[in-house]
Structure formats: C-alpha cells, structure tokens
Ligand binder design. Sequence first.
Ligand code: DOR
Length: 431
Amino acid sequence: MPETVLLKGVRRYGEGEPVDVLAAEGVIAEIAQGITPPEGADVIDAEGHVLLPGFVDLHTHLREPGREDTETVATGSAAAALGGYTAVFAMANTDPVADTAVVVEHVRRAGEAAGLVDVHPVGAVTVGLKGEKLAELGTMAESAARVRMFSDDGLCVHDPLIMRRALEYSRALGAVIAQHAEEPRLTVGAQAHEGTQAARLGLAGWPASAEESIVARDCILAAHAAARLHICHVSASGTVDVLRWAKQRGTQVSAEVTPHHLLLTHDRLDTYDPVNKVNPPLRTGADAKTLREALAEGVVDCVATDHAPHAEQDKDCEWQAARPGMLGLQTALSIVAETMVRPGLLTWRDVARVMSERPAEIARLADQGRPIAEGEPATLTLVDPDARWTVRGAEFASIAANTPYEGMELPARVTATLLRGRVIARDGRIR
Ligand code: DOR
C-alpha cells in the first residue's frame, strides 16, 4: 500500500509560518495549516524543522564493484539517505572501472535493488581511466543505466585532444563531462598544498596551478565545443577567478565544492594523520574563505561530497602510503550549516539551491530539486536546524569510518528523508 505521510509544523525552506505537508501517492498532496491526518497516515511531528527538497550529490564513491570491503551501493545509499540525499552520482573509479555498459548497468541495478536513493552511475571518460582512449560514451548513454555524466574522477583527463573529443561527444549525447582538474605533470609525488605548511612538514608540494591551469584550459575547450563542463571539487581561490571569467563570457561551466574544502585547511596536517589526506588537498584558510564566498555568490554552483570511503589499512598508515579521501555523506549538511548558514553566508532557502536544485539542474534530473508545492514529487529532506550532535565514524552506515570530523560537535541534523513519498530515513535510522 502506498504510504501516506503527514509532516506537521514544518517551515518550507526555513521560511514563513509553520505548515503541514501531506504526502500521498508519491507526491505532495496538500500544504496547509492544521491538516487532519488521514486514516493510517504516518504522522511526523516536525515542529520548527526546515523542509527542503531532497539533496542531490553529484560526486559520490560507492566502491562497487571492487572494494565492497569499504562501501557497497547499498551501504552508500543508506549513508546518503541518512545524510538527506535522495539522488547520488556514483563515480566511475571502481574495479573494474565503470567504462562499459555492463558495469554502469550493474551499478544502476544495485541502486534500484537497494531502493533508498536514486543511484546514477557516472561513466568513465577514458578506457580504464588511463586517459589514452575515449570510452564508449554513447553505449553507456544508451544503456539501461542512461548515463548522462562522464568523469575520470580520481584522475584528470589531461590530454587536451581527448578532452576536446569528450566534450564534443558529450554535447551530442546531452551529457556533461565532470573534470577532476589536476595537471598530472605538476603533481608528481605531490602530498600537500604547496606552501609553508608542506615545506615545514617535509611533504612534496601540490600547487594550486595544477588545478587552475586545467580549469582554464577546459573552459576554453568547452566554449569552443559549445559543450557543458562541470568542475569537480574546486579547492583553490585562483580557480574561482577562472570560473568567474568563464561564466562572464558565457561558457557552460558549473562547479562544485566539497564540505571539507569549505571547513578544513592544511593546518590540520600538523599531526600527519592521513584522515586529512584528500585529493585535491586541503589548502589555506584564505582558499577556504574564497570558496565559501564563491558558493554564496553562485560562482561555485553547488556542494558535492566527494564521499570517499577507504579501508583502515589504507588510511591508518604513513602519510605517503595513505589513500586520499574522506567520508562525506552523513556530515555534509552539518558542515554546510556550520560554514555557510551560521555565519549568514547562506539562508536555508539557499541551501536548497546549492544542495538540491542546482545539482539537479546540472545533471538534468527532471524529478529532483523540485519546488515544495502541491502536485510535486514528495522527495524531501527534513532538517532540525537547532540540533547539535557529535560525529562518530563507527556509527555511520558506511562500511569505512574515515571521517575527519571524528568527535566534533556539529550543528543541524537530518531528521527524515522521503523519496517519492516513502520515508527512507528517520531519526538517524533507515526505515
Ligand atoms: O580524495 C579523493 N578521493 N579524491 C578523488 O578525486 C578520488 C577519491 C577516491 O576515489 O578515493
């Protein structure tokens, strides 16, 4: 039987008077004050909670196939739903790489079987992520997985001719290329943001120019191809200048920032704890400030988690040997609240934009990031803006536990996630 759910006393986008929202048959059936619960309805008392459209994550590593010891499509979907997400894009750097219809269809089916969030497989741009030969983008686009985002994330599509061709094909397919902007010649052996901190710690420097130069190049290539380009995990303030320039001249470029690049800086590296190792690296406080302002201004379009689960043996080891990446799905909303909402850079209305509406637009998802209005899909996230909670990686739904926020007290908490009218997560549990 389809669920009927009544959300009592919510503030849409954190604005206006509290209202009741009735979800039935997968859509928002009614928004009014004092709705009488229909018989058998699941009533959620959400006095003072903020109601937002379900979050969309353009950048998630679900590790299936290949590293199911760290995450699976099912466990990652649970983490996503608990974090308020209703759709995620699963990156292609799996083993085998998601560079064929077989692999992307597997990921898609696993997402459907889990049934917690919409899992959209990202297809690799090049065969085996090797950067040498274009993958069969058209076959993946036409497969049952309907791939519309391609990325070699983890690695950069560094050959300009291959990037040009990828952009041209993606345009014809109505798809977007998501670039991991890292000129590999500039980051050979790089371990930490190039600057005084890396020098002091004796870690090889990772220059901001490795990111900025690829973003500049690709904005030019995208403009000439009249194609859509998305920049993954912007980390450097110089990249924001390039994006502003490209957007001003009409280039179809969008960009994401991760929660960790909004909050954390290379000062965290003092302990050499590899939980702070990530690609691109944590940079300076000035970079983080510029990223926060760019997100508020819209030069950086959206927040994406780059949720990157890793096994203990790949993180609890010496810095150089550790893999880059950190968990993000279950902490993203709180980090955005801490870095953007509390300082007044974003309202909750804006949070809906950067965590749901813009990512849905970039990925061209028709049924996500929709207005909270009668007749629209009941794909929603409920947030308690006054909650405070302490991060415990071991309690996350992810198999891996590599969170840089361990023991931190954070503001705001997702209290319920609804996907097309079904309550998927509630009060920290999957239903
Ligand atoms: O830190 C990162 N980890 N950055 C990436 O681009 C890839 C990711 C991973 O797959 O672990």
